[in-house]
Design a protein around this ligand. Sequence first.
Ligand SMILES: C[S@@+](CC[C@H](N)C(=O)[O-])C[C@H]1O[C@@H](n2cnc3c(N)ncnc32)[C@H](O)[C@@H]1O
Length: 410
Amino acid sequence: MAKSDTEVLKYRDESYDFRDTDTSWGVHGIHPYPAMMVYPIARRLIKEYSKEGGVVLDPFMGSGTVLVESILHSRNCIGADLNPLALLIANAKKTYIPAKKLYDSIVKILSKKENFEYSAPDFFNINFWFKEYVIDNLARLKAKISVIKDEDIKRFFLVAFSETVRICSNTRTGEFKLLRIKVLEKHNPNVFSTFERIASRNIKKLLETYNHQPHTSAEAIEADSRYDIPDLQPSAIDLVLTSPPYGDSKTTVAYGQFSRLSLQWLGNEEVTVDKDSLGGSPTESLDTDIPSETVRVIIGKIKELDSKRARQVLSFYIDLFACFENIKRYLKRGGYICLVVGNRRVKRITIPTDSIVVELLNALGYVHTKTILREIPSKRMPWANSPTNIIGAKEKTMNEENIIIMQKES
Ligand SMILES: C[S@@+](CC[C@H](N)C(=O)[O-])C[C@H]1O[C@@H](n2cnc3c(N)ncnc32)[C@H](O)[C@@H]1O
């Protein structure tokens, strides 16, 4: 059978695997975040598809990999995300702070002399997710950070606090979903020494990344990329570089679940990230006019097996198309869009998101330059999921991803 145009322009390139690179170098290793873009990919694409002084947009910014690489390579950058935890981490990672200020502050936070008024938060199920003494210590630690006046420094230490919350909670390590440790007797974390270790590591990472204020600007905006991005002018962008979610939060990566405990400790009572993300609510019907024949074929196949699942999957692609329509006006004519996407499986059917993205963007006036297939050496993605919703039944869903490059012609 003849290959489609999309397949002809798709090839494997081992130089994009970055097997021997420490992908947690510098600030890229501050705070875990699900499905992070590995920084050498961002770096290479920024250098290849934009110029110094140009403006890069990441509409699914996450922890800010593209923001950081942009300023490190003299580009300006705007990042948007609807997850407040992503905003906190990205803002901390892109902000240079002189070493002395950081060391002075950590000494104050860890000093035992000062007495602080503090009170523990009271969110739903707090005692299920944290031991009593951990709640008390986290509350004391947070009060000590909250008195810092300089907003950049306070944010920097709140990021270390958020990671401390994760480690000292009763959740299982290495999981992005909220799952509780089965045997809690042996889980007795020390809040202050955990914080000291994380904060000291973060200081080291910030200092190995920046030794002066970057010359270009990076702005992280809390926004839903399906709609207007506040203050962004039409045709302001030279390059869109992003890794969208792999699918709806419920059945792929639950950014909201991942962020919930940290956000609650940081004062966000209601966390609606998963509901608000792409594909957050299933469509009412299975009709769609989005310009992708592949979506129609795939939805037809999933519908035969599970109609609700088909509506969830469809809703994700409708929302993704809404983002593409919205972003288009910000990109200059002739500018490039580079997307890192994985092809997930639903009901044992592989969904070729890379072909779908090409079809959707073709319909909006972009021309496909190429798709690079890379293997993912890292073990940090939740590659295995449950194909049948049976706990423990795992299926390998993704160990490679596609880097799609397209140019805006009209
Ligand atoms: C694959 S992650 C991006 C990871 C990022 N490249 C990094 O290196 O950390 C996808 C991000 O899209 C965000 N997201 C989902 N729906 C969104 C929407 N409608 N508007 C803006 N961001 C959204 C999620 O909160 C998540 O942070």
